[in-house]
Design a protein around this ligand. Structure first.
Ligand code: NI
Length: 183
């Protein structure tokens, strides 16, 4: 396992749609190592999600930590791996909340997201997963899913008035106990 370099905005990997993985590709040591490296890299960087294109691997795969940053933080965040994911919005008005991105360091902004999505994907062993994600988890999943399609959170902002550097964001714009979903 290893920490890999995270590419930053301007690198073409962030704007290139990723390719789905076949069952054979997913089972290879190279892709299994990529999954482990994504976790190592995400944790080292202090994020809660990381998509393969962010380490210049153009495949439909991302990892995230299923934590609830709104109070019910689990002692042991669950590590989730989603391969070839599809998202199905489950209705409800879009909700605005703070996001940041490991590929766009030091910026925070308010991003509208679906409050709840149904996720269809494979796990790291190629088993089918279907589950509902809501709230903070739904936000992380939508942020990482966008990375598989060459989309970053700045593209999703309705306007840029809330865009702020982290230090100013903490000083002036957000409650002390609030967190941004950074992936
Ligand atoms: Ni990101």
């Amino acid at each position: 396992m290893a920490v890999r370099p995270i590419v930053r905005l301007g690198h073409p990997a962030l704007r290139t749609p990723a390719e789905p993985l076949t069952a054979e590709q997913l089972a290879t040591p190279g892709v299994q190592a990529l999954i482990d490296d994504l976790f190592d890299t995400m944790i080292e960087a202090g994020g809660v999600g990381l998509a393969a294109p962010q380490v210049d691997e153009p495949v439909q795969l991302f990892v995230y930590l299923a934590v609830d940053a709104r109070g019910e933080q689990q002692a042991e965040p669950q590590r989730r791996v989603l391969v070839n994911p599809m998202l199905e919005p489950l209705g409800g008005e879009l909700i605005y909340d703070w996001e940041g991105c490991l590929s766009i360091p030091d910026l925070r902004g308010l991003v509208p997201r679906h409050p709840e999505v149904r996720v269809h994907a494979l796990d790291r062993h190629g088993e089918r997963l279907t589950f509902r994600a809501e709230g903070y988890e739904a936000r992380i999943v939508q942020h990482e899913f966008d990375h598989l399609n060459g989309v970053v959170f700045l593209d999703r902002m309705r306007d840029l008035h809330s865009l702020a550097f982290s230090a100013e964001w903490e000083a002036y714009m957000v409650a002390a106990d609030d967190e941004a979903a950074v992936g």
